[in-house]
Write a protein that binds this ligand. Structure first.
Ligand SMILES: C[S@@+](CC[C@H](N)C(=O)[O-])C[C@H]1O[C@@H](n2cnc3c(N)ncnc32)[C@H](O)[C@@H]1O
Length: 386
């Protein structure tokens, strides 16, 4: 496909998303009906769509065509080449469209920051002086980070291995064993280091959280909301601990045994009704379901789909997660409450309410990371009973 034809495809997909379809579904449905598109075309179209979605409001929240015109203008790309009307490219701009593009617009702070109006007050309360910078950071693509399985290889050996497959990386400035991919991120999944389990894809903030929990040799660690098992895999690599994984929806852990085998680590999956008999655990890590507001660069669609009602539902689920997890923590153990959100209603408010109702539980360590160049937003609060 020509660059212009890819823009035309992105316009079609954006219009479907504007009608209410989820971005992933719109992209896969388009790809299924467009067998002529190769993997590079699909990747480029996805990039256009996601670039728009990250900044949908500040780009004017118009039709697919208007959004793509604004993106091309914002990114300084060649309007006449991409909107040429030739070889499946969208039609050239009309005089009226050109005039609209040239007209300066004044945006509210929420629109400039690409945050929905209903959320803006809560966003500002939660992030304080970080409100604007964190929101603006989510207008651009996030870097890809890898976690080196340091049981299997040193950081230097891993960097050499990746380099042989054409993937350039640099160590994260603060997080041991974390590599930032600086070139060819799309090749990671076919690189020998990934296929052989030497590296895992994992955001820097999640790696930070795994490193921040103190786990003694021989400890029993439960990843209570394991999902795909990213945290469990990290604990199993980093610590000499017995690692267990649980999820209320066990189907979400379906890939975990394959991932564990690839990393050559052992993780015991536990069903909900046998959790108590497997406990107590020295560490119960609760990566609670959340809005993902710290990761909206990766899932920009989620930002525009979140509602106050959904946030209330998530808050109820988070309260339930903490209540369920506490019963499983050993007397001198740690309950780690985590989300990939930056909203206080999902973070401090959940912990504070729990501690107020259970005065023997206390927060002993708290971290709030904001989305930025060195990783996604993430919240971690370590609680102990005394
Ligand atoms: C943020 S995701 C976990 C991501 C995962 N830890 C990772 O690193 O890939 C949250 C998970 O919590 C699970 N969950 C929701 N409510 C739960 C509950 N009450 N108890 C346990 N797991 C729950 C969901 O099924 C979902 O898979």
């Amino acid at each position: 496909m020509t660059p212009g034809a890819r823009v035309a495809a992105a316009i079609t997909i954006l219009d479907v998303i504007r009608e209410g379809q989820a971005a992933e579904l719109a992209l896969t449905s388009w790809a299924r009906g467009s067998r002529f598109a190769g993997s590079k075309d699909r990747a480029a179209i996805r990039d256009h769509v996601f670039d728009v979605l990250r900044a949908r409001r500040s780009l004017g929240d118009g039709t697919g065509r208007e959004l793509m015109m604004q993106l091309v203008k914002r990114d300084g790309l060649s309007m006449d080449t991409l909107f040429s009307g030739e070889r499946h490219a969208p039609d050239p701009l009309t005089e009226e469209e050109r005039a609209v593009l040239e007209t300066p617009v004044s945006l509210s702070p929420a629109a400039t920051c690409d945050v929905p109006d209903w959320l803006w007050p809560h966003w500002k309360d939660s992030l304080g002086r970080h409100s604007e910078i964190a929101a603006l950071a989510q207008q651009s693509r996030a870097d890809v980070f890898l976690r080196v399985n340091q049981r299997r290889a040193t950081v230097q050996n891993t960097m050499d291995m990746l380099s042989k497959d054409g993937i350039s990386v640099v160590p994260h400035p603060d997080i041991d064993g974390c590599l930032r991919v600086t070139d060819n991120p799309r090749r990671v999944k076919i690189a020998e280091a990934f296929v052989d389990g030497i590296v895992e894809l994992q955001d820097a903030s999640s790696q930070f959280a795994i490193n921040a929990v103190t786990v003694s040799d021989g400890a029993r660690v439960l990843d209570y909301c394991a999902g795909g098992g990213g945290k469990a895999l990290g604990f199993a690599d980093r610590y000499n601990a017995a690692v267990f994984a649980h999820d209320i929806a066990p189907a979400r852990m379906k890939d975990l045994s394959t991932r564990a085998a690839r990393a050559k680590v052992e993780i015991t999956q536990v069903a909900t009704d046998s959790l108590l008999s497997h406990g107590p655990f020295d560490v119960v890590f609760c990566d609670a379901p959340c809005s993902g507001s710290g990761t909206w660069r990766r899932t920009p669609d989620a930002k525009w789909r979140l509602t106050q009602e959904r946030l209330d539902t998530l808050n109820a689920m988070q309260t339930e997660v903490v209540a369920g997890a506490t019963q499983l923590v050993a007397d001198d153990g740690v309950l780690a409450y985590a989300t990939c959100s930056v909203l206080s209603s999902e973070n401090d408010a959940i912990v504070d309410t729990f501690c107020a109702a259970n005065p023997d539980w206390h927060s002993v360590q708290r971290h709030q990371l904001f989305p930025g160049p060195d990783g996604d937003g993430f919240y971690l609060n370590l609680l102990r009973k005394f």
